[in-house]
Design a protein around this ligand. Structure first.
Ligand SMILES: N[C@@H](CCC[C@H](N)C(=O)O)C(=O)O
Length: 277
């Protein structure tokens, strides 16, 4: 197999992106793991395949695979990257594309940034999903001294812990157990957040299927929504991640807007062994 790919990233959360709109490509879990491997493959947090659109009026169907091979329904940083690619391709300031979670719309933001309407935040226990009925504003989940996260779905599950000092959280120690906690039948992404002001949040992430990443767009959306639900911030706030800052706004109609940068690092080819050249 020889396929051209783009290496892109949003705030250091990096992707291998394949355009499969003309030539189909459905990777197996093992192929994704081989491509994502940073020692022997190209290396990435998520592997993105842009397929032909299913819904009329949209430009493509984005399928998202975590580094561990699992397929998921949302990725905020990759949505900005794919939105930017589609806008560039069409010479337009707006692009619509779909994911397993629904149709998303990207627009050009200030200073080369991209804004994506990530759709509605989902807050009901069965939309996260959780193992059973629960108050998503304060879950009965505890591990390693951290307790009571807010659960939010942005098309993918998030558990947001508010802490005094996000920098001090031993992410690599507590992340795996929380990702696999029995409360989350589909596992979860885990965020630790410190509210710095009503318009600024510091957040670090342990991503389901990828571990610690520099940034998680859907996690930033979930964190802002969780902070607003707890009455901690305004409806628009900057979320400061290890890789940089995203601006998140939770609209009155329930949709979440995410604005941030996009970067294109290089183009390569996947060789038969799925390493890059
Ligand atoms: N990095 C992403 C999220 C990717 C998917 C996530 N790990 C999951 O399993 O749901 C983002 O920017 O949102």
């Amino acid at each position: 197999m020889m396929r051209e790919f783009l290496k892109m990233h949003g705030l250091g959360n990096d992707f291998v992106v394949i355009d499969a709109r003309r030539e189909p490509y459905a990777p197996s879990e093992a192929e994704v793991r081989a491509i994502a491997d940073r020692r022997t493959g190209v290396g990435c947090d998520q592997f993105i395949v842009l397929n032909p659109a299913v819904t009329p009026g949209v430009s493509g169907f984005m399928r998202i695979h975590n580094a561990d091979g699992s397929e998921v329904s949302a990725c905020g940083n990759a949505s900005r990257c794919v939105g930017w690619l589609l806008m560039e391709e069409a010479g337009a300031d707006r692009a619509r594309f779909e994911t397993n979670a629904g149709v998303l719309e990207a627009t050009r933001g200030p200073a080369g940034t991209v804004t994506v309407d990530m759709g509605p935040a989902r807050l009901a226990w069965n939309e996260i999903p959780l193992a059973g009925p629960a108050d998503t504003l304060r879950l009965d989940v505890e591990h390693g001294g951290f307790a009571g996260p807010v659960a939010v779905s942005m098309g993918n599950p998030h558990a947001v812990f508010f802490v005094d000092d996000a920098e001090a959280v031993p992410l690599a120690e507590v992340g795996p157990a929380l990702e696999h906690h029995a409360a989350f039948p589909e596992r979860t992404n885990v965020e630790f957040a410190t509210v710095l002001s009503p318009t600024r949040i510091r957040m670090r992430v342990w991503e389901r299927g990828a571990g610690i990443t520099q940034a998680c767009g859907s996690g930033a959306c979930a964190t802002a929504v969780a902070a607003i639900r707890r009455g901690l911030t305004a409806r628009k706030a900057d979320v400061v991640l290890d890789g940089g800052t995203l601006t998140i706004e939770w609209l009155e109609n329930g949709h979440v807007l995410m604005t941030g940068p996009v970067a294109h690092s290089f183009t390569g080819r996947l060789s038969a062994g799925l390493g890059g050249t």
